[in-house]
Design a protein around this ligand. Structure first.
Ligand code: ADP
Ligand code: MG
Length: 258
């Protein structure tokens, strides 16, 4: 009888916890009144001028806007690469502005996957070794690292290229390796700044289809910067910057996409 009660109460506690868990995890990013001012001698550049945005788990967001509108500044702050001048930034309900540089490095490694325009792969290092790199500090055995790296290479369709060097791969394949590397530590979100900027149109479409697939099938949260409207179309939500402000934030009508 006693054990039955215990079981009952622990079961309801578990379901309560799970509910809390989901509520917490639903919000990946909350940014309030965020500003960034660069000082260059006597001149101040107001790169971000008080922006507010909340990003939920499994969103796919395209950030667009003219050159100089603040997109990269925004991404650098999201990625814990740069600190805001004022305002707050919560990543998974944690106030990141209060953290030390070491804690930031830890967050960048565990919670955020980065994809860059120029791929940023190590040249003398095979695809699978490039993908393993972010796992070096996680205490995994080399066998586990290899297994996980091959798993994500398969996810991006490159299982048969794992031992190629970057210069033995096409631009699109190199970007797939970079995407695999960004996924390997199971981050909370992927940040991609102009990921198709160095690719031709056909390859850009393939890479965007891959992002779309990862978002829809794996539920991965993606924030992607692009200046091309065709590329932004792949996202479910579009945020437009102008002169350091968000001037529009729209969700695609889901009924019209499928
Ligand atoms: P975008 O990515 O939309 O092209 P950025 O965020 O790179 O825009 O830049 C926003 C503004 O901030 C621009 O006016 C740019 O010149 C300025 N800026 C960006 N980075 C720096 C920096 N490190 N020092 C000074 N000004 C900067
Ligand atoms: Mg930029």
């Amino acid at each position: 009888m006693g054990s039955e009660m215990l079981e009952h109460s622990s079961r309801s506690a578990a379901s309560r916890d799970r509910r809390l868990d989901i509520d917490h995890k639903a919000e990946v990013i909350r940014i309030c009144d965020l500003s960034k001012t660069y000082k260059m001698g006597d001149i101040e550049v107001h790169a971000l001028r008080g922006i507010n945005v909340t990003i939920q788990r499994s969103e796919f967001i395209a950030v667009t806007g003219a050159s100089g509108s603040g997109k990269s500044t925004f991404m650098n702050i999201l990625g814990c690469l740069d600190r805001p001048t004022s305002g707050s930034y919560f990543l998974e309900v944690q106030d990141v502005s209060a953290l030390s540089s070491d804690e930031w490095a830890h967050i960048r490694n565990r919670k955020i996957g980065f994809v860059f325009q120029g791929f940023n792969l190590l040249h003398r290092t095979s695809a699978v070794e490039n993908v393993e790199l972010p796992m070096m500090y996680n205490g995994f055995q080399s066998k586990e690292r290899r297994q996980r790296a091959l798993e994500v290479l398969k996810l991006v369709g490159l299982e048969d290229r794992s031992h190629h060097l970057p210069n033995q791969l096409s631009g699109g394949q190199q970007q797939r390796v970079a995407i695999a590397r960004s996924l390997v530590n199971r981050p909370s979100l992927i940040l991609a700044d102009e990921p198709t900027g160095n690719l031709d149109t056909k390859t850009s479409v393939e890479i965007m289809e891959l992002f779309q697939n990862l978002n829809e099938k794996e539920g991965i949260t993606i924030v992607l910067v692009t200046h091309e409207p065709d590329i932004a179309q792949y996202a479910k939500r579009q945020i437009v910057f102008r002169d350091g402000l968000i001037i529009s934030d729209t969700r695609k009508d889901l009924a019209s996409t499928k």
